[in-house]
Design a protein around this ligand. Structure first.
Ligand code: UTP
Length: 285
């Protein structure tokens, strides 16, 4: 079985839910406290054993590229002023992994974006991590939990969690094989609450085999004109196994206002330098 070494992170979406904030700042660069959301995702990938990362980016998202590059002038100035601790925070970002970038000319959907990764991926299984889905975990990174399922079952994997029934209409919801625990036989995008086949939602983490690219080539655009990654996975499900990884960890959709606010509060409550002040503030409030 081939190891999962590569990861594709699409960050070329328009972030319309978070306008006007996303007009000139990519949502992936919104800081959660003092670190851009995308850095949390890259660190999760690296801590899961990923060596090569491809960003699917757009002409408006150069700050993502800059963030994972060296910044000699800033490093020199910090060194000269004796701020070694700050140098440490920025110097190693470029060596976290091997970074590659491809621009998506037009934001034609997640499926269209991931299709551009074909040459980068080659003939290997790979991870897909959505650039606006940030995870908080204790010991094992969420992506590593998916990789463990892949290694155990040699299958495609979707990271899922239970969501409240009243919110199923906001997510891609899994349809399971009744005879085979965890095996996914379909998924419905944003079903009506009364028609949802389960309350397990796919939350922005996937391991897929390279045959997904044949399916990405053949899908058609949805009614909104976008090519959906989900449609390609549904077609691949007819030929290969998909299993759910019900992961331990907390998920934050930082592309939505409330998800972003929650991420800031919860990450602050985990930080030694902030948690006491934050708790006191919340209690008083
Ligand atoms: P989303 O649907 O969450 O992002 O896509 P979006 O399109 O930016 O969201 P809104 O609805 O307009 O606010 C999931 C991931 O896929 C990327 C996004 O950047 C996000 O990380 N994406 C989406 C692309 O790279 N290209 C696209 O054409 C669409």
């Amino acid at each position: 079985m081939k190891k999962v070494r590569k990861c594709v992170i699409p960050v070329a979406g328009m972030g319309t839910r978070f306008l006007p904030g996303t007009k000139s700042i990519p949502k992936e660069m919104f800081p959660i406290i003092d670190k851009p959301a995308i850095q949390y995702i890259v660190e999760e990938a690296v801590n899961s054993g990923i060596e090569e990362i491809l960003f699917i980016t757009s002409p408006y998202k150069n700050s993502v590229i800059d963030h994972f590059d060296r910044s000699y002038e800033l490093e020199n100035r910090l060194e000269k002023s004796g701020k070694e601790d700050k140098v440490e925070l920025i110097k190693n970002l470029s060596s976290l992994a091997t970074f590659t970038y491809i621009r998506q000319g037009e934001p034609l959907g997640s499926g269209h974006a991931i299709k551009l990764a074909k040459n980068f991926v080659g003939n290997e299984p790979f991870a897909v991590m959505y650039g606006d889905d940030v995870m908080m975990y204790d010991e094992k990174p969420v992506l590593k939990q998916l990789i463990d399922v892949y290694e155990e079952k040699d299958c495609n994997v979707i990271g899922v969690q239970e969501v409240p029934k009243k919110l199923v209409n906001k997510y891609g919801i899994m349809i399971y094989d009744k005879e085979n625990e965890g095996k996914i036989i379909g998924l419905v995008e944003k079903p009506k609450i009364e028609e949802a086949p389960s309350n397990h939602a796919g939350l922005g983490r996937y391991i897929v085999k390279p045959e997904i690219f044949d399916e990405l080539e053949s899908i058609s655009a949805a009614s909104n004109g976008e090519y959906q990654f989900t449609d390609a996975m549904l077609n691949l499900m007819k030929k290969q196994d998909f299993y759910a990884c019900k992961f331990d960890g907390k998920y934050f959709d930082i592309g939505s206002q409330f998800g972003y606010l929650k991420a800031n509060v919860e990450f602050a409550l985990k930080r030694d330098d902030l948690k006491d002040d934050m708790k006191e503030y919340l209690e008083k409030f």
